[in-house]
Design a protein around this ligand. Structure first.
Ligand code: KIV
Length: 280
């Protein structure tokens, strides 16, 4: 199969995403593989190679199962399959929290080995130095505040943020810190809608919501949740637009029974001396 190589000069860059603040909502989805990137690319502004890949594709219990090598391999696949969307690759846990030097080295590896347009990392006030160091090296950064899946063990589960005055103040401080550090946009996850609205008003970079209301400048979902492929728990804030689990289950059932009944392969699927060519 011919590989469609991306033409970088028609790609949406991080700067174009930043300039969409307050305009038509920015459409984002996660993607982890070449075929899914090809299918989604014409319809979205931004593809995120999320560290959710560790759970969704690799079956780990949390996103802590992601590694730099895993993110780079999936980033390369998504870049091969996309031609115009802004591709952002997540920095996995343990690749940036240690220091600004560590964060910059990991970001350079991700961008250098995938060709993606930007990286994303979780954290606000506590990660401002890391964001600033990566941005200073001309690598665009997307922030991620609110519910931070890499902190799920520390937080004791996937907890909604912004129910108390204290957490509202912390969220606003995080958003301002991410903006000040130079991020081009920020994901707000699992946050009370009034807080997401307030943050969206206060900062000049686009907010991308996931479980954070339509007050945000854009939306993102995990693609497997969106198409009904997730086999484990699906968060409450997800809207499912297709039921691929049923489609695949029915296809597998039919295939299994046709193989057992010797219905498949039929005459159209076999080679004889007189039919077909040499190509499979
Ligand atoms: O890893 C991921 O899929 C994400 C999105 C949920 C924003 O960070």
């Amino acid at each position: 199969m011919a590989t469609q190589l991306p033409t970088t000069d028609i790609r949406v860059g991080a700067d174009l995403i930043r300039r969409r603040k307050g305009g038509t909502p920015i459409v984002c989805l996660t993607a982890y593989t070449y075929p899914i990137a090809r299918l989604l690319d014409p319809h979205v502004d931004l593809l995120l190679v999320g560290d959710s890949v560790a759970m969704v594709v690799h079956g780990h219990e949390t996103t802590l199962g992601a590694s730099l090598e895993m993110m780079i391999a999936h980033g390369q696949a998504v870049m091969r399959g996309s031609a115009r969307a802004c591709v952002v690759v997540d920095m996995p846990a343990r690749s940036y929290e240690g220091s600004a030097v560590q964060a910059l080295a990991s970001a350079r590896r991700i961008v250098g080995e995938t060709g993606c347009q930007a990286v994303k990392l979780e954290g606000g006030v506590d990660m401002a130095r890391q964001i600033a160091a990566i941005v200073a090296a001309d690598i665009p950064v997307m922030g991620h505040i609110g519910l931070q899946p890499q902190s799920v063990k520390k937080d004791g589960g996937y907890k909604i943020k912004g129910r108390t005055d204290e957490t509202v103040a912390a969220l606003i401080a995080d958003a301002l810190a991410v903006e000040k550090a130079g991020a081009f946009s920020v994901v707000i996850e699992g946050t009370i809608e009034t807080v997401a609205a307030d943050i969206t008003r206060r900062i000049a970079i686009p907010t991308i919501g996931i479980g954070a209301s339509d007050y945000c400048d854009g939306q993102i979902l995990v693609v497997d949740d969106m198409v009904g492929l997730t086999v484990d728990r699906v968060p409450k804030f997800v809207k499912q637009y297709a039921d691929l689990r049923s489609v695949i289950t029915h296809a597998a059932e039919r295939y299994a029974s046709e193989v057992r009944d010797r219905v498949f392969p039929g005459p159209a699927h076999v080679f004889s001396k007189t039919n077909g060519g040499d190509d499979a």
